[in-house]
Ligand binder design. Structure first.
Ligand SMILES: Cc1cc2nc3c(=O)[nH]c(=O)nc-3n(C[C@H](O)[C@H](O)[C@H](O)COP(=O)(O)OP(=O)(O)OC[C@H]3O[C@@H](n4cnc5c(N)ncnc54)[C@H](O)[C@@H]3O)c2cc1C
Length: 349
């Protein structure tokens, strides 16, 4: 079998990479372990344009955001699917400092922010919003498992998907690219998630994975709430009074499973948002692939230019991933330069 690229891993990173290559009419083979629990399968999928302690919205963030929203929208249209949910985010201030930071930001960048916010509408009486807040526009959440499934079906139809564990030790270099088993490819792109540095090509990259726990909650009193509520902790309405809520963020972990401590930590965040009765109906845990904060890292191996890497999607993979995957595809197949901040070779990591 001959393909343009083998993609290792079909999480968010591998899926985004596959779509970018398919759009360029390239032939891919995606190999994935098909694990039940991965970061992408557990992720809340939030896309939040205004974040950080100063609510800064740089031109680069706007470019990545616009790219991501268009990307998901076009895919949904082309494949008659639904996985991105545009939803207003009720951003409640946690303290007077946050409120001041927002007011300062509004004074500084009124024009740029115009399409991103509106005044906070009425909230259920059980929701604590004494410090005020605003409604954030142009955000929402990606149903990541649904996105993965649509991607997988599309790949299956093209005989471009295989379940398997691809070991870097079984990859050899050829005159024209790489070989893995009976597959010859021009490139191989490792999108392996939080254990992405446990292969012989990229063991020099330091990763700082973070365990995250989220809960599914039943809150009948908030059944009519349609907005995502964010105030440190966050709650995404999934219909019928069910909310996905989170999350924890822990670098020191020895097991990947939901814990009582994780549940208590998330519940404490949610309790600071609402006093309504809550029933915990499910809890999940997975590990976020993080290299440096939410900076995607990618590029080619210093000695093997046909061996590439896409990882570090962190907590903002849904927003940043599509734009960076597009840049990597262009770099690999048209020699376009990589964004410097993301290039594994120009960063000591
Ligand atoms: C609790 C939690 C909440 C989160 N919330 C958000 C959020 O709100 N917004 C957001 O943008 N991000 C969020 N994230 C982060 C998001 O999940 C990640 O950024 C993203 O999904 C990572 O995708 P990935 O493809 O790099 O890794 P993964 O999802 O880990 O995928 C890697 C895939 O590669 C496969 N694989 C690995 N090695 C091999 C191999 N050798 N052979 C074959 N297959 C292999 C794995 O089985 C897996 O399917 C959250 C994460 C967690 C845990």
């Amino acid at each position: 079998m001959k393909v343009d690229a083998i993609i290792v891993g079909q999480g968010l990173a591998g899926s985004l990479m596959a779509w970018q290559l398919l759009r360029g009419n390239l032939r891919v083979l995606v190999v994935d372990r098909d694990e039940a629990v991965t970061s992408s399968k557990v992720a809340a999928g939030l896309l939040t344009p205004l974040t950080g302690s100063r609510f800064n919205l740089s031109e680069a963030v706007i470019e990545r955001l616009n790219y991501a929203l268009n990307f998901y929208w076009e895919l949904e249209n082309d494949h008659d699917a639904k996985f991105f949910h545009h939803q207003t985010i009720a951003r409640l201030f946690r303290n007077p400092r946050e409120k001041k930071a927002w007011e300062d930001r509004l004074r500084k960048d009124p024009g740029k922010l115009e399409e991103f916010h509106s005044p906070l509408g009425a909230l259920d009486e059980s929701i604590t919003a004494t410090g005020g807040g605003f409604e954030m526009k142009r955000g929402g959440w990606l149903d990541v498992p649904q996105f993965l499934e649509v991607t997988r079906q599309h790949l299956l139809e093209r005989i471009s998907y295989a379940i398997g564990d691809l070991s870097a030790d079984d990859v050899s270099m050829t005159d024209t690219g790489v070989r893995w088993k009976n597959v010859e490819a021009s490139k191989i792109i490792f999108c392996e998630g939080w254990m992405g540095n446990q292969n012989r090509f990229f063991d020099w990259i330091t990763m700082h994975p973070a365990l995250g726990e989220i809960l599914d909650l039943k809150i009948p009193a908030l059944e009519s709430e349609k907005r995502i509520i964010n105030s440190g902790g966050w709650m995404i309405p999934r219909g019928n009074g069910i909310f996905r809520a989170g999350s924890t963020y822990r670098h020191d972990f020895d097991r990947i499973e939901p814990s009582d401590e994780g549940e208590a930590e998330v519940m404490q965040k949610i309790r600071s948002i609402t006093s309504a009765p809550i029933e915990v109906i499910d809890r999940r845990a997975a590990v976020r692939p993080i290299i440096k904060r939410s900076q995607v890292f990618m590029g080619v191996h210093p000695e093997h230019s046909n061996v590439a890497f896409l990882n570090g999607l962190g907590s903002k993979g849904v927003m940043n991933g599509p734009w960076y995957a597009a840049r990597l595809a262009q770099h690999l197949f048209t020699n376009a330069p990589l964004p410097e901040e993301a290039d594994i070779r120009s960063n000591l990591i």
